[in-house]
Design a protein around this ligand. Structure first.
Ligand SMILES: C[S@@+](CC[C@H](N)C(=O)[O-])C[C@H]1O[C@@H](n2cnc3c(N)ncnc32)[C@H](O)[C@@H]1O
Length: 407
């Protein structure tokens, strides 16, 4: 269909409403569906307004049968763009802050219905007021990559056994998105490395989020298991995520030249320390990790006299070793110039490994903070700790050992 194809009056009304929503800044999104045009396997298009390098653009997500493609257009061309596509789509939905317009057509007639908005902003408001329990998601449930990763089925519904993973992925992307807001804005691509990327749930989700939200991402997953790496490479190709790749090998052997964001979700044991060390060494702007198992300090732990009655119970000694491991990680990040938070990132019922260390580089950092390093020393002395991998790495005192892990 060409841009000059004649329109039903209802289509023109729909376009006028779109123009008005853009002009009044009440536009939220527009969906063109049941596409019957020339682009093979195209199912629908979702349009939003985004900001790219401080310029407002119309971003169109093309949903094909097996892939998603995003293209951005000048906002000034938005109405002409939708006009050119409207004749090829049997349905169009416009969502504004105040109303929702639904256009449905067949060859003979068109029908336009207008209803009060159940728009994103209202839904979020309702959610906050407790009227609507629907949660805002940071990952689009109908993203193609979720299917090969086994999160959604062929109908793009969450597979029940993956509901917890789905929640975790969304939470992780939500936290990451919030922290990214604090970083210096540049025109340069953002280099993200996901250490211990496993099946790539987070790696794909973050790439997808960044690509849809103004950033040009270069994302690399680092993973020991060759089968997982081959699988992820394949899914990246299928998803047309051209700047997402996977490095097969030990985190110790991965030496990128540049790193803006270091993430590690449940990277086993001291693999987390290597990941944090790479982040600090390369001056990453943001370091975000959810530690996994904690094996290093437990055998070294000796109970201070007053704590001996408490730590005689194995479970308490394990918990103490875990807390000490992560405290030293957080303090080292603090000492090396990072604003650091430690918090629960998803409710315990979703995963027991629910602790997040989030660190954002301070702009005024000059040299390691000796007072914080002294706090670490005092803690180590109190618990009889001889070695902590992150500290050794930062002091160039690391000696080789196998850190592969099967957990
Ligand atoms: C618990 S999984 C987490 C996977 C993924 N981050 C997620 O949350 O879905 C930990 C992954 O780290 C990988 N891993 C463990 N030690 C590693 C090392 N030294 N170098 C690279 N990958 C490692 C494991 O093979 C595993 O796939």
């Amino acid at each position: 269909m060409s841009a000059s194809a004649s329109l039903f009056p209802q289509e023109q009304q729909f376009l006028d409403a779109f123009q008005q929503a853009l002009d009044s800044q009440k536009f939220e999104r527009l969906i063109l569906s049941q596409y019957k045009g020339e682009l093979e396997h195209l199912e629908k298009m979702t349009l939003r307004v985004i900001s790219l390098q401080n310029e407002k653009m119309l971003s169109c997500l093309y949903r094909y049968k097996t892939q998603d493609v995003t293209k951005n257009f000048p906002l000034a061309d938005a109405v002409a763009f939708v006009r050119s596509l409207l004749p090829s789509c049997k349905q169009a939905n416009l969502f504004t802050a105040e109303e929702e317009l639904q256009l449905k057509k067949n060859k003979k007639k068109a029908m336009l219905t207008v209803s009060k908005s159940q728009s994103d902003s209202k839904k979020m408001m309702n959610d906050a007021q407790g009227h609507d329990r629907a949660k805002q998601r940071y990952v689009d449930q109908d993203s193609f990559f979720l299917q090969p990763l086994g999160i959604t089925d062929a109908k793009m519904q969450i597979i029940p056994s993956m509901a917890r993973k789905w929640k975790q992925i969304n939470k992780f992307v939500e936290i990451c998105a919030g922290a990214l807001e604090q970083l210096k804005k540049t025109d340069q691509p953002l280099h993200v490395v996901d250490f211990g990327s496993g099946k790539g749930y987070l790696t794909f989700a973050l790439y997808d989020y960044l690509a849809k939200h103004q950033q040009t991402p270069f994302v690399t997953g680092v993973e020991l298991n060759p089968k997982m790496v081959a699988f992820c490479q394949e899914v990246a190709v299928q998803s047309h995520f051209s700047q997402l790749d996977f490095f097969q090998g030990d985190v110790r052997t991965y030496n990128p030249a540049q790193l803006d964001v270091m993430i590690a979700l449940h990277a086993c044991d001291v693999a987390t320390d290597f990941a944090i060390h790479t982040g600090i060494r390369l001056n990453a702007q943001m370091i975000m990790c959810a530690p996994c198992c904690h094996k290093e300090l437990r055998p070294q732990l000796t109970a201070p006299k007053v704590l001996a009655p408490m730590l005689q119970f194995g479970i308490h000694a394990g918990q103490q070793a875990e807390m000490l491991t992560d405290t030293i990680r957080a303090l080292l990040l603090k000492a090396y110039g990072y604003e650091t938070k430690v918090f629960e990132f998803v409710a315990l019922e979703h995963t027991s490994k629910n602790k997040m260390i989030l660190a954002v580089k301070r702009k005024d950092y000059a040299a390691p903070d000796q007072a914080v390093l002294a706090q670490i020393q005092a803690l180590k002395e109190m618990y009889g700790i001889q070695k902590h991998s992150l500290e050794l790495l930062l002091n160039d005192q690391w000696d080789q050992q196998d850190i592969g892990c099967k957990c």
